[in-house]
Structures are given as C-alpha cells and as structure tokens.
Design a protein around this ligand. Structure first.
Ligand SMILES: Nc1ncnc2c1ncn2[C@@H]1O[C@H](COP(=O)(O)OP(=O)(O)OP(=O)(O)O)[C@@H](O)[C@H]1O
Ligand SMILES: [Mg+2]
Length: 316
C-alpha cells in the first residue's frame, strides 16, 4: 500500500458513516428464549453473539462466552434474560466509522449494535463488516480516479491526435439571466475541461476567475442572459461572453474598479462590489469590451499558455 492509499483509507474511516458499513440482516434473540435456544440459533447462523430485542428496543446482548459460562455451570436451560449483559454498547447510525473502530478495538467489543436516534436497532457492525465495506469504498474511489485519469489522458492528446494546420476546440455555454441556481456551472465545466486538456493549473486558475466573473455579469446584468464561447488552441485560449442587452452607456466608467450598477438585492447576495471587470483584466493576458447601449455587450478575454507560444510569435 502506498502512503497515498493509507491516507485514503484513514480518510474513509473518518468520513464514512457507520450506516454505510453495517450489516442490516441482524440476527436477534428474544427475551423469552432460554440459553439453549440462544446457543442453537447462534450456531445455526454461525455467529458468536447477538442482541436481545424486545419490541424495537435492545434489552441485552448474549455472546458465545456467556453460553460457555452458563454451560459449565450446567444452567443452559435457564432464561436468556438471567444471563445476558444488559449494559449494551451501541453506536449511532450516523456516527463515523472511526467511533465504531475505537469501540471495537480499544474497548474490546467484538460487535456493536447500530441504533437510530430513537434507540431502534437498525444494523450491526463487526471488524469484518467494516473491512469489507471500506475495501468496497476504496475500490469505487479507485475506479473513479482511473476513469478521470483516462479522460484526462485522452483529452490531453487531442491536439496531437487531430491532424490539421491549426486545430481549435470550441466550447459553448448558455447562461440564463438571474439564474442563480446554475450560476458558476459554465466556469466550473470550463475549468474541468482545461485541466483535462493539460492546460497548466496556474493558467487554469486565472481562466477560472475571469470566466466566473464574466458568467456572473451575464447572470446579473443582462436582460435575457447570454453565451460563453471558449476557443481553445494548442497554445492559447480565447473566451467571449456575449449578450443582447441592455448594453452599456459608458464603457470607461464600468471599467473603473468599484463602479457597479448592481441593485441592493444583488449586493445582499454578496455581488456588486464593482470588481468583476478589474479582476478579469488582472487575470487575463488581453481583455476587450465592446458594447452598444440598447444593443448588446461582447467581452473578449485571451490567455496565452506559456513562454514557448510567445517565443514563436503567436498572436493572441
Ligand atoms: N454584460 C453586461 N451587460 C450590461 N452591463 C454590464 C455587463 N457586464 C458588466 N456590466 C456593467 O459593468 C459594471 C461593472 O461590472 P463588474 O463586473 O466590474 O462589477 P459588478 O458586476 O457590478 O460587481 P462584482 O463583479 O464585483 O460582483 C456592472 O455593475 C454593470 O453596470
Ligand atoms: Mg461583475
């Protein structure tokens, strides 16, 4: 196991809930049983202990060591309730697996009944149910990582695999006006795609900030939303945020840091500091804005991918 895998395992122990790792087909004993009947049922089900349940409450627990003790005393036909442990250690279904592990390990319990907030039995955990479930979770997370790695590999080779004098990849996103539920989705999809394409992370971070500000301006300031178009080439990226209104009266004014026409309700949501366009300018290699009052606005942003692109004289 590598260090990274151990960390992942530890992380799972802390972040996974007991209900994910518990067995739900719990074998239970009833208070009317004798110890002999408890022994028989546990042998039949191949288990070494089981909770005693009355109605939906746990009233005790009986283990094979209780059975052996009672058998040695010749008391196997006495009621189970005379011989069970009544102080039952349980664990809540939404507790972390860590809590169960600590009780199973340090406190020496072999099994812990799992209860909901009303104290009802909902499952049981043992070291083996935990191990099996966590290994399954590890497998799922490994497969997800592999799929992401494969996608990244495929996407990062697109410019090598496609033969042309100049390959360009165009991504389009529709941005709805005042659609705060979906605001930020275009920028997060662009970020993901650029990382998969192998664009250096520091550049992706700058693009993300710029495109997020551009997307929010379409959401907040337009009448009917707009469109974000990303044109990606091997050595550079161009981004346009286009809308059809209301347009801007004074471009010089809106480019001033701190200038905003955002109404109070937008400011109450944490926007409207008048810093969006200034941020875009700061993060990008080139920014131009065209607008017509009553018409629309077109914001163009460009990023170069590195020194090599500049050296060969690529025009942005
Ligand atoms: N697409 C657009 N259509 C019309 N007006 C716009 C558009 N984009 C920006 N503006 C105008 O430019 C102003 C400044 O924009 P900027 O992004 O810098 O700040 P903001 O959006 O007001 O606040 P912040 O971005 O800090 O939340 C806006 O208040 C708005 O008047
Ligand atoms: Mg803004």
């Amino acid at each position: 196991m590598t260090t990274q895998e151990i960390t992942k395992f530890q992380e799972l122990v802390y972040t996974t809930k007991v209900e994910t790792v518990m067995a739900t087909n719990v074998v239970v004993l009833t208070p009317t049983m004798s110890m002999a009947e408890a022994k028989e049922l546990m042998e039949l089900k191949r288990i070494s202990g089981a909770p005693v349940v009355e109605g939906d409450k746990i009233t005790g627990i009986v283990t094979m060591s209780d059975v052996i003790r009672v058998m040695e005393q010749g008391n196997l036909h006495t009621p189970l309730t005379d011989n069970m442990t009544t102080q039952v250690k349980t664990v809540l279904r939404d507790a972390s697996v860590m809590e169960a592990v600590q009780n199973l390990g340090r406190q020496g319990y072999a099994r812990l009944p799992v209860v909901d907030h009303d104290g009802r039995l909902v499952g049981i955990v043992t070291t083996s149910t935990i191990m099996i479930a966590l290994l399954r979770e590890m497998e799922v997370s490994f497969q997800k990582k592999e799929a992401e790695r494969l996608q990244t590999y495929r996407a990062s080779h697109i410019f090598q695999d496609i033969a042309s004098d100049d390959t360009s990849l165009i991504l389009r996103f529709v941005v709805g006006e005042k659609d705060f539920d979906n605001a930020g989705k275009a920028s997060s999809m662009i970020k993901k795609s650029l990382l998969r394409l192998g664009v250096p992370p520091p550049i992706v971070r700058r693009v993300s900030v710029a495109v997020y500000e551009a997307e929010m301006n379409l959401v907040i300031h337009t009448d009917v939303g707009g469109e974000i178009i990303v044109d990606i080439r091997r050595d550079r990226l161009k981004l346009s945020a286009v809308d059809h209104g209301p347009g801007i009266e004074n471009l010089q004014q809106v480019l001033q840091p701190g200038y905003s026409t955002a109404p109070q309700w937008i400011r109450d949501m944490g926007f409207g500091a008048g810093m969006g366009l200034a941020n875009i300018k700061r993060c990008s290699d080139l920014m131009t804005m065209l607008s017509e009052p009553g018409g629309g606005t077109r914001l163009e942003i460009a990023f170069s991918f590195g020194d090599e692109a500049r050296r060969v004289g690529t025009k942005i």
